[in-house]
Write a protein that binds this ligand. Structure first.
Ligand code: ZN
Length: 300
């Protein structure tokens, strides 16, 4: 299944993507079963595998056209709005380590992005020039956790994966490296575009064989494959879940390949009006316009 969230009549609607058609889950599920569908993706994940299977069956069972509208023209929101945490991994691609000329990390380099940074796949990335002038892109494969994970061995890790999506780990490099730790520079509002949808695990047989790319306007700036991951998804879930509990809907950004702006010579950063497109093969693409905007204290 491909699950997305879109805005309709001022409300967020949970839907499944079938081809170029978007099937509204609330109306389809009510008509087919008489039951109320989970209100959002996190609720659907928390409902568990039995419900996911029934939902997939209902979507495959035949005519869902009366619950569908075309994808084109819909206003997409982040596929998951309210994860309990967004965990990110630094320096996790061999080519990204090589471009910095350093040693690969001996264990995963873990940091956090606050969930308030999450934004939609077509939304603007906005920053205040008084806060940062070194905003960079990082295309990433993101893992969405499917059930509570505590001390999970690597060989059972995929049992805990609900699916995959695309992330842009937007980074204010001046804050990231000036602060001595990374959370502020990684967590500005709008600095975590996610989407355009979540693809369930069954549709991605090998998440370590996907193309991963980023373009700024028409220029391709990152072009790699998830085969370059240093710590793969099972190793990450084992490592993380031995330190803290992963909850359904938690998002893990697995790292970015080479080609970020900060390590170019000369360095290059995003500017007002730039369009950043981050894409993972077999999943989809984010496309976010940058906006530099001076904010005053107290303004929303
Ligand atoms: Zn990153």
């Amino acid at each position: 299944m491909r699950l997305l969230t879109h805005k309709h009549d001022g409300r967020l609607r949970l839907a499944a993507l079938i081809g170029e058609q978007v099937v509204d889950l609330a109306t389809m599920w009510a008509a087919r079963t008489g039951e109320t569908a989970p209100p959002d993706v996190r609720g659907l994940i928390e409902a568990g595998p039995a419900l996911w299977a029934r939902l997939a069956e209902a979507l495959a069972a035949g005519d869902v056209a009366s619950f569908a509208r075309p994808l084109a023209g819909l206003e997409l929101a982040a596929p998951i709005q309210n994860p309990s945490k967004v965990i990110a991994i630094g320096l996790n691609y061999w080519d990204h380590v090589r471009e910095q000329g350093g040693e690969p990390p001996k264990r995963p380099l873990v940091f956090a992005k606050f969930p308030t940074a999450v934004t939609g796949p077509r939304d603007e990335i906005v920053w205040d020039p008084a806060l940062t002038n070194k905003v960079d892109w990082e295309a990433e494969l993101a893992v969405v956790i499917g059930r509570t994970a505590r001390r999970v061995p690597a060989e059972r890790a995929y049992d805990y994966v609900f699916g995959y999506t695309v992330a842009n780990d937007v980074s204010a490099r001046d804050l990231q490296f000036g602060d001595g730790q990374w959370v502020r520079g990684k967590s500005l509002d709008s600095f975590c575009p996610l989407g355009p949808w979540i693809v369930t695990r069954d549709e991605i047989p090998d998440p370590h064989a996907l193309t991963i790319r980023c373009a700024v306007n028409d220029e391709l700036v990152q072009d790699s494959t998830t085969a370059e991951l240093i710590f793969g998804i099972p190793a990450l879930i084992e490592f993380l879940s031995h330190a803290f509990t992963l909850l359904p809907g938690d998002v893990i950004l697995t790292g970015t390949p080479d080609g970020v702006g900060h390590f170019r010579n000369p360095p290059r950063y995003l500017a007002d009006g730039d369009l950043v497109t981050a894409e993972v093969g077999g999943i989809g693409a984010l496309s976010n316009r940058c906006r530099v905007e001076t904010r005053t204290s107290g303004s929303a």
